[in-house]
Design a binder for this molecule. Structure first.
Ligand code: XMP
Length: 524
């Protein structure tokens, strides 16, 4: 990739580190998140124009607490320390950090004392008090800086933090106790933008148009006259990767779409319509419905379903790719959070909650060179690029859909009849949400689940004994935690009425009102 003005974010384990990287990019500056312990040579190879030190769960006084590497100070580049990053900078440069067992958590009113500092350029005035202008910031810390190192001066304070912001302007060292990366710090994005533009001197060259142009050049260079194959799932990441690579190399790209029969209503047809007809790509659509149904026959265990579906995909993909003759490259819609997540794998002894499988996540032993043009992007950047490439909103703004598809929403035995029942109920739910304008605004993910339970009902004068549909709709920012969406009763009543009337084999509808945790979003 062409070199951009780059900001390095050293990650000290904060919940919000990825958000810092996103905010910097929203200011049109490329940022790269690395662990604080990454070797100096690797970090400096990015030729950064400044460093941001993230927050983190430690106290600088903890045994084995993460430290500030020497090369960062020696570089002479601007540094912004956030929360733990601030304490680390102060501690290292001879200031004093006070240890506290009590956390200050939540909103606080910030009083800016040095309004002319570049950090506060363009801040909107929110509230006035006898003492000056008040700005809302978000605090989440225990320890705090009690005495600043030589050369530093306070820039802003709050009731609990005398040094809520401070700087050594001669050396371009800046530090804030609050979290500018979260939305509750109302001028936070502006602060980060000021740091990267006015203190580090970065240009605003990280834009969708630049990105597309550079990637088109990079893909052409990498691929030459070679041929590329890509597994299309219909999800936004593989869709945008396909559109970008197609723009670069056209006919040299072949996409393989495996219809496993576990997609939602109309989805398989939409993929073919969009990519083959509208975008004019080489698309091989494989109807593997029977093969999947055979493999899943009699399987009810969630993990076994997931494994079987993942393995089957790999086998079918390999088989179809082999039929194409000489293929040199495999393209994937890997995005930045996937890269960060896999870099973190193996570090923690985490429990496997669910075996996640992404269509396109292929084993290492496949003999292809990888083309991954979205490796540097966050999801919202992927969407912007996709729109700029002309993909329809229906693909760009699709709700997340799990790789194993409806198999993990069709609890118990998977048969075509039960999948169709689920598909119909799901389509009714989504249709009503869309009509009520709730599909994006009221819930970030919403779907029907078919339960392996029968219950008694009465229809007309007759007894029924049929299956149950559960409605699941959640609000969430990151899908790591979620709450159940408070959908209007009238909407729910209509969905329920339509499902029992229109879907054969269903006589009862229930609503899932479990948050995550302790529930997960999917049922299996
Ligand atoms: P859970 O159920 O773990 O889901 O709360 C969190 C988010 O991940 C999606 N999900 C998957 N996505 N492959 C995927 O690509 C999978 O195997 C998978 N399983 C769950 C789920 O839909 C939700 O958005």
């Amino acid at each position: 990739m062409k070199s951009h003005d780059t900001i390095i974010i050293l990650d000290y384990g904060a919940q919000y580190s990825q958000l810092i990287a996103r905010r910097v990019r929203e200011a049109n500056v490329y940022s790269h998140l690395v662990s604080w312990s990454t070797p100096a040579a690797e970090v400096l190879a990015h030729n950064p124009k400044g460093f941001i030190l993230s927050g983190g769960p430690n106290s600088v006084y903890d045994d084995g607490a993460p430290t500030l590497p020497d090369y960062v100070l020696k570089s002479g580049l601007p540094i912004l320390g956030i929360c733990y990053g601030m304490q680390l900078l102060a501690h290292r440069l001879g200031g004093k950090v006070s240890y506290s067992q009590h956390r200050e958590y939540g909103p606080a009113a910030l009083l800016v004392d040095q309004v002319d500092d570049p950090l506060f350029r363009g801040w909107e005035i929110e509230g006035q008090s006898a003492r000056g202008n008040l700005q809302q910031v978000w605090m989440s810390h225990g320890d705090k800086v009690e005495a600043l190192p030589d050369g530093f001066r306070p820039l802003a304070h709050s009731d609990n933090s005398p040094f809520a912001a401070a700087a050594d302007v001669a050396r371009n060292y800046y530090a804030v106790q609050f979290h500018p990366e979260v939305v509750h710090t109302t001028q936070g994005s502006r602060l980060l933008s000021n740091f990267v533009h006015h203190i580090c001197g970065c240009g605003a060259d990280w834009t969708p148009v630049n990105f597309i142009e550079e990637q088109v050049t990079a893909i052409r260079e990498q691929v030459g006259n070679g041929r590329v194959v890509l597994g299309l799932s219909g999800g936004v990441d593989s869709a945008v990767a396909a559109a970008l690579i197609h723009r670069a190399i056209g006919e040299q790209l072949t996409c393989i779409f495996v219809d496993h029969g576990l997609l939602r209503q109309g989805e398989a047809a939409q993929v073919v319509e969009t990519f083959q007809r509208e975008q004019g790509m080489n698309l091989i659509a494989i109807n593997a419905v029977e093969e999947y149904l055979d493999a899943l026959d009699g399987v009810t265990d969630p993990e076994q379903k997931r494994r079987l579906i993942g393995e089957k995909f790999v086998r079918i993909f390999e088989r179809e790719a082999n039929k194409l003759g000489q293929i040199d490259f495999l393209a994937q819609g890997t995005i930045y959070p996937d890269v960060i997540e896999s870099a973190g794998k193996g570090k923690k002894d985490a429990h496997v909650i669910k075996t996640h499988h992404n269509v396109g996540g292929l084993p290492d032993d496949m003999d292809f060179e990888l083309v991954e043009p979205l490796r540097e992007l966050f999801k919202d950047e992927v969407r912007t690029i996709g729109t700029a490439l002309g993909l329809p909103d229906s693909i760009i703004w699709r709700q997340p859909f799990p790789g194993p598809g409806l198999a993990i929403r069709c609890l118990g035995q998977i048969t075509w009849e039960r999948l169709e029942r689920l598909r119909q109920a799901d389509a009714i739910f989504v249709d009503e949400l869309r009509q009520a304008d709730m599909l994006r605004l009221g819930t970030q993910q919403s779907f029907a689940v078919l339960l392996p339970v029968k219950s008694v009902g009465v229809m007309g004068d007759g007894r029924t004994y049929q299956e149950v549909i559960a409605l699941r709709a959640v609000t969430t920012e990151d899908f790591m935690t979620a709450d159940w969406a408070r959908l209007p009763y009238d909407l729910l009543a209509k969905v329920s009425r339509r499902i029992v009337n229109e879907v054969a084999g269903v006589n009862r509808v229930v609503l899932d009102i479990t948050s995550k945790p302790p529930g997960t979003i999917e049922w299996e």
